[in-house]
Design a protein around this ligand. Structure first.
Ligand code: PEP
Length: 254
């Protein structure tokens, strides 16, 4: 079993003072844990995180979005090479909140992943179905379509991405997918990656959607769940650390 990846998506939360306290608490609790850990603050705080975290490798930092363009007249956007200057290791692309509130389409998400890879940043590609799509029996079709766009645009580099299965109905709702529901979709995604690359086992497929200290262990024990993308529970150091401790236990048990 590979070391699990636990990434916190802070969304539009934080302040200079709160970030510093949160990051220091997480760093203090991380020692001895066998986990790949990351936090993704709002972009304006990447410089702060770079200052706080440079020179160590236990806690990486990432961005929540990236432009699909390299540079130019795209007001408000940030390129992958700009993010790189701030030491980011990961960037979330295609989060359902971007798809929903900013009308991001599969092709744009695929290009964002491509820009990230070109800049040496690992894209965390989010896929997931809405409640209506699940109810209509379309879960597999939707997540496969979303991932197919990224596979098509990125060819053999696909082994360098992280995939986050985030059922839209589970994000921020407290309604988590059961371990069996999540594993079922992760297995579908793994199969799709296997058809695209001989290196599919290198790809971490993480789960996101109301993962918390209480439900993390059962989810992370599933064979195809390689970690978590954590929203709300990443804002409280003790909860985030409890999830990482559960991930570490899985690694040690294997
Ligand atoms: C997310 O936004 O990526 C997420 C998983 O949020 P939450 O954990 O709050 O459901």
């Amino acid at each position: 079993m590979k070391t699990k990846l636990i990434a916190g998506n802070w969304k539009m939360n934080g302040s200079l003072a709160a970030n510093q306290a949160l990051v220091r608490g997480v760093m203090d609790g991380l020692s001895g844990l066998q986990v790949r850990a990351a936090v993704c603050p709002p972009a304006v705080y990447l410089s702060q995180l770079q200052s706080l975290l440079q020179g160590q490798t236990a806690l990486a930092w990432g961005a929540q979005d990236v432009s699909m363009h390299e540079q130019g007249a795209y007001t408000g956007e940030m390129s992958a090479s700009m993010l790189r200057e701030f030491g980011v290791r990961y960037v979330i692309v295609g989060h359902s909140e971007r798809r929903q509130y900013h009308a991001e389409q599969d092709a744009q998400v695929a290009m964002k992943a491509q820009r990230a890879l070109q800049a040496g940043i690992t894209p965390i590609v989010c896929v997931g179905e809405t409640l209506a799509e699940r109810a209509a029996g379309r879960t597999e079709e939707v997540v496969k379509r979303q991932l197919a766009a990224v596979i098509q645009a990125n060819g053999h580099c696909i082994s360098e991405i992280v995939v986050a299965y985030e059922p839209v109905w589970a994000i921020g709702t407290g309604q988590t997918a059961t371990p069996e529901q999540a594993q079922e979709v992760h297995a579908v995604l793994r199969k799709q990656l296997q058809a695209a690359t001989t290196q599919a086992d290198r790809v971490s497929i993480v789960y996101g959607g109301s993962m918390n200290a209480a439900n993390a262990a059962a989810l992370l024990q599933q064979p195809d769940i390689d970690g978590g993308l954590i929203g709300g529970a990443a804002l409280k150091g003790s909860d985030f650390l409890a999830i990482m401790a559960a991930a570490s236990q899985c690694a040690q048990a294997s």
